[in-house]
Write a protein that binds this ligand. Structure first.
Ligand SMILES: [Zn+2]
Length: 250
């Protein structure tokens, strides 16, 4: 999932705050029973982490590459960016006012009564605290790296996922395999500047269920700028799916 979608999920789950976990299920094998009867104190996101804070500990749900969710909150149904790949949830929690099921996610405990304080929001691309200048510096520090892998590096671009990465590179006509050091400084700056803007737009599109209408290259057949047939291939060390305009992205 993309960071903006996890941020949106955290907002959708705010009605669970103050509610007790009435039941837990799923194939997560790290003692999920401790959640039973516990009251949710807070729900927040950081990058691809969705965090449920309880009294003395927190539950960190990391959406990783293909993690997603299905939920009902006070009668409304929601789901994450991707279709679930496994049939049993990683973790499911039932509340009086709804239910959350996470799939293909990585779940971990944080033994802290205020887990939020442990997070550095200056690296979260969906946070207002995101530090673009620091991110640019981090990019430039490794000029040999492919731009695709560099943007997906969660240490510098927390929450930036494959969809946003594809769209950003198409917008600036950059091939995903291009080395960071071969990209003009002004273009690198422009890409970094565009990321939080794009994250905010992405968030709004997801919120209004119109996200796919606004995609330009991701899962598209033809390039909307030049009409070329879009090439779908895996790129980078991360071997993620890339959608590329073969005429314009170099
Ligand atoms: Zn094109």
């Amino acid at each position: 999932m993309e960071g903006p979608s996890v941020k949106l999920a955290a907002e959708r789950f705010q009605p669970f705050i103050g509610r007790k976990v009435l039941g837990v299920a799923g194939d997560m094998a790290i003692g999920k029973e401790r959640l039973e009867g516990k009251e949710v104190k807070d729900v927040f996101s950081w990058g691809k982490h969705l965090v449920f804070q309880f009294d003395t500990f927190a539950l960190r749900i990391h959406m990783m590459l293909i993690g997603t969710y299905e939920a009902t909150v006070e009668g409304d149904a929601f789901e994450g960016d991707y279709k679930k790949r496994s049939r049993t949830p990683t973790l499911a929690m039932t509340f009086k006012n709804g239910r959350l099921e996470t799939y293909n996610a990585f779940v971990k405990w944080i033994e802290d009564a205020e887990a939020k304080k442990l997070y550095d929001f200056s690296v979260d691309t969906s946070s207002r605290a995101w530090d673009g200048a620091a991110a640019l510096k981090r990019l430039r520090a490794k000029p040999e790296r492919g731009i695709s892998d560099a943007l997906l590096d969660q240490d510098g671009f927390s929450g930036l996922g494959n969809i946003i990465r594809n769209e950003a590179l198409w917008r600036f006509k950059i091939h995903p395999d291009r080395k960071v050091g071969d990209i003009p400084a002004a273009t690198l700056r422009a890409i970094v500047k565009e990321i939080p803007v794009f994250c905010r737009k992405f968030y709004t599109w997801r919120k209004n269920f119109v996200f796919f209408d606004h995609m330009q290259i991701y899962k598209k057949e033809t390039c909307p700028r030049c009409g070329a047939k879009v090439v779908r291939t895996v790129t980078g060390k991360a071997k993620r799916w890339s959608y590329i305009c073969p005429k314009e992205q170099r």
